[in-house]
Design a protein around this ligand. Structure first.
Ligand code: PGA
Length: 250
């Protein structure tokens, strides 16, 4: 079944105290919603976040993980380490990881395999850069990212995948894709998944929009039939804005 999801990607923000404060306020103000609410704090605050959200509907996700089971990978975190503290969801392939940490479609395919082997749910990010959009290559870029990192998967793996379309030119820039641009590419993404895996898999797939999604524009983005929620950066750090975004998901 296709789920509505509102996920907050905290990136490298919030120390332990700030994380607890944000979670406590979020729990106090959390509205009735049929959407799944996800937060992704930094690695060091994940265990704390799991503890603070125990017995609540909030799901805690990692922002990344390594593809190896263990070993000499200084500074990295494995799936088992995340599992051991109660994490079963991870973001993978965020454009900042691709851009600043050299993550490629090939390394991401390995991360996807490891995450699935550990029965994780994956919020997998895709999206084109500004020059690619200007050159009219956005469809091609997004298709390539999905094919290279995800099209080796068997059909049943897709129940664990959530896609997040995040145009790089919209992330943290205040420039948002218009609702029409979002719907157009989300429908395209659903179609390429349908062409490969069939209509049922594509219909059940949640496709989130990310990139300067905020309290003001969320409702118009979410009103589109192929936009199933949002991956929210900056606005997820402001509790009232995040609540408004959750409420915008009808
Ligand atoms: P933004 O970030 O909402 O601050 O643009 C979104 C994201 O990078 O996931």
């Amino acid at each position: 079944m296709r789920r509505k999801v509102i996920a907050g990607n905290w990136k490298m923000n919030n120390d332990a105290e700030q994380s607890v404060q944000l979670i406590n306020t979020l729990l106090q103000k959390l509205p009735q919603t049929h959407a799944e609410v996800v937060i992704a704090p930094s690695f060091v605050n994940l265990a704390l976040a799991v503890e603070k959200t125990k017995n609540s509907p909030i799901i805690v996700a990692a922002q990344n993980m390594h593809f190896a089971e263990k070993g000499a990978f200084t500074g990295e975190v494995s799936a088992s380490m995340l599992e051991a503290i109660g994490i079963k969801t991870t973001i993978l392939g965020h454009s900042e990881r691709r851009e600043y940490f050299n993550e490629t479609d090939e390394s991401l395919a390995k991360k996807v395999d490891t995450a699935l082997a550990h029965h994780f749910r994956i919020i997998f990010c895709i999206g084109e850069k500004l020059a690619e959009r200007k050159a009219g290559k956005h469809f091609e870029v997004v298709k390539g990212q999905i094919e290279k990192a995800l099209f080796h998967l068997p059909q049943q793996a897709w129940t664990s995948i959530i896609l997040a379309y995040e145009p790089v030119w919209a992330i943290g820039t205040g420039e948002t894709a218009t609702p029409e641009q979002a719907q157009e590419i989300h429908a395209f993404i659903r179609k390429i998944v349908a062409d490969k895996y069939g209509k049922t898999v594509a219909d059940d797939l949640s496709i989130l929009y990310g990139g300067s999604c905020n309290a003001k524009n969320a409702a118009s983005l979410f009103a589109n039939p192929d936009v199933d929620g949002g991956l929210i950066g900056g606005a997820a750090l402001i509790v009232d804005d995040f609540i408004t975004i959750i409420q915008a998901m009808k």
